[in-house]
Design a protein around this ligand. Sequence first.
Ligand code: ADP
Ligand code: MG
Ligand code: MG
Length: 906
Amino acid sequence: MEKKRVYTFGNGQAEGKADMRNLLGGKGANLAEMNLIGVPVPPGFTITTEVCNEYFEKGKEAVVALLKEDVEKSVAGIESLMKSKFGDVENPLLVSVRSGARASMPGMMDTILNLGLNDEVVEGLARKTGNPRFAWDSYRRFVQMYGDVVLGMKPTNKDDIDPFEAIIEDVKKAKGVRLDNELDVDDLKELVVRFKAAVKAQTGSDFPNNAYEQLWGAICAVFDSWMNERAILYRKMEGIPVEWGTAVNVQAMVFGNMGDTSATGVCFSRDAGTGEDLFNGEYLINAQGEDVVAGIRTPQQITKTGSQRWAALQGISEADRLANYPSMEEAMPEIYKELDALQTKLENHYHDMQDMEFTVQEGKLWFLQTRNGKRTGAAMVRIAMEMLEQGMIDEKTAIMRCEPNKLDELLHPVFDKEALRSAKVLTRGLPASPGAACGQIVFFAEDAAKWRADGRRVVLVRIETSPEDLAGMTVAEGILTARGGMTSHAAVVARGMGKCCVSGAGAINVDYKARTVEIDGVLLKEGDFLSLNGSTGEVYQGEVVTKAAELSGDFAKLMSLCDKYTRLKVRTNADTPHDAQVARNFGAVGIGLCRTEHMFFDNQKIIAMREMILATDEEGRKKALNKLLPYQKADFKGIFKAMDGCPVNVRLLDPPLHEFVPHDLKGQEEMAQAMGVTVEYIRQRVESLCEHNPMLGHRGCRLGNTYPEITAMQTRAILGAAIELKKEGYDPHPEIMVPLTGILYEFEAQEKVIRATAAELFKEEGIEIPFKVGTMIEIPRAALTANRIASRAEYFSFGTNDLTQMTFGYSRDDIASFLPVYLEKKILKVDPFQVLDQNGVGQLIEMAVEKGRSVRPELKCGICGEHGGEPSSVKFCHKVGLNYVSCSPFRVPIARLAAAQAAIEE
Ligand code: ADP
Ligand code: MG
Ligand code: MG
């Protein structure tokens, strides 16, 4: 059978449905589904995403030929439902041509409205509707969109202005008006004439008159837009494969610009910023399509509650609000009721928060789009937990609804309440995307990227944002705009990124040329500090102090729900009592990796440490180690205390020694004095410690095996701290881990030192503490001989940073020189140091677990590399039967959620 390329929908019927989003794109699949469940949708058809791939393989002509018959038949279908005719002068059918990929890409690709108009048809439309203003407004919009999108007249350089916008500004200025809707029919006619002249001048051809010629041009332009720069950048950021393609939706137009009983709007079934179960949205009377999102006119609120909240933020009185900015609920109560009922219906149908677009044409409501709404991390959690409470979804669905990486946003600092009280509020905008942001002002996306690369935190301040600003928005701490509502580009994109955003702060005056922003009489320059509160819309001068977030409310509920399903435990990597405490508050049940080397870096300790390293004999080393012992013991005591009752896995000294010694003259002089030797002696010792390849050099258990006195000292410190705590009534669970084992005998030799030291200490103290001795598995040879190593080691901890380094043979310190090229050329899909390489490194892990447990069935296995907090890697760890993952404190909740999801997916 011939492949089906076109799927029709309309009048309560559809050839597609919601679960066909891969083929029809999200928009097309949901347009079909809305038809099927009785939501009013203008009729139309969807050209599949597969055709998009054909388009790029076979080219324009071939694909148009393939589609011709189906498209013409489908247009005829719309004509009969709409009782009008495409291209007809007396009774014209107009259509929109819309893109729609599998994953939603808001504003990334181009849409054309009012297609089918020309100089004759516009007159017919004016006669038929008795509304010439509407007809000409639609026509000038069409010529503009078609010129920009299909004829390629939209400037590619952001600093150039759109030729059509320039003409509009010109006409408005001549007329002395400010808003588009203040232009009359004659002005609009003039616009069309000048637009067409601009098209002719720039492209050398006349604007196409024939409706089908227009349609094919638009369909191809939508396919082409799949490859435009911003779509490519967006796909890269979101990890969307190019093969997915976009569908094309062709749909009968409905008009929100037919006068005061017409409108267009965007709405959400719940609050996409906070997750509150409150219907909300914005609309504009007598407007079309993107007007609401584009921030050209300030839209009004749909609900009365929303409108009152908005007015309060803007400092607008209730009387003023009712007179000038009434909500749809107040201004169009009948339509509002219908809209409210339909949004409820859609949310109940999809069991998720919906983001919807609608248009009212002369008192009749039409839906143009619905999708599961993008939301902040906070909203994601709240919506999942409330839908669970409301019985709309079950526990497993609630857990699966939450995206582990998005929890990160809930862990970011918030403004300190005290600091807020004394902060100077410059102005208020709309709380478009919650969070606290503080940084230096920049006005251009390129600058944001540059400044960020220099290590500065920036706040992007703009009149409004557009998809071209994406790269700058990504790196900014927060975004502040003068124009645009809660559904403006800035707001929607920021929420998707979980980035703080205050939009529509009308009181700010941005001057791009001077690179200044004036707010309520205060003039701020590029580089000045500004703080934004995306939860309240407040804008503060200077830097406002922030404090750490905490696990509470719905977030805490979600986490305990996760525990109900999880098998994998989550520990943390922590080297200080503070980090241990933070991780514990986030639900870590132990420390999976406590690195001891960081403990040597403060003032007194580093001198003793250097003395130990620079000593030439055991005698000298022991003397220095004795100085270090009390420091180490105190450090361990603090950590064990913070993790009381939970296992703490301490790794013996691991890094190459040269990392500790002074490489500068001043430091060398200091050491010479401290040790009573010459600077020359120190210099020579430092030089002799230099290695060509330190990562593969004298480190890990090679240190402990060449200098067993280090291992002995550390064992004394670890177990000594545990003994003291035990005596004080605490419950420490120390584990001692040998790093970088490759050979069983390396481990055995270290274990012998550890056990002997322990026995000695226990005898001295007259008390015994149970403890375990295990090893890192981070050298491929250790994984290959895991059964031998497990005959002695009581547990394994996979050090996947080193294991990745040594399995690939990539130095992780030097990977930056070729990784970008590898990613670009798709030799690597992802950075293997961030996302565990399941095919290679993962095999070693799986095999080592199996081999290890073949000789020691109760062998506890965990992972402690960076991968321990990366969701896909966590899921892999679950699959191969590890007991726990260990990650940095702020990733603990992310790992807990990923672990629960892994168990549910199983
Ligand atoms: P995006 O994916 O960028 O949201 P859309 O295809 O949804 O682009 O269209 C842009 C705007 O045009 C939306 O506001 C939408 O509601 C409006 N629109 C699209 N098709 C029609 C139509 N047939 N009638 C009226 N408005 C339309
Ligand atoms: Mg849309
Ligand atoms: Mg290591």
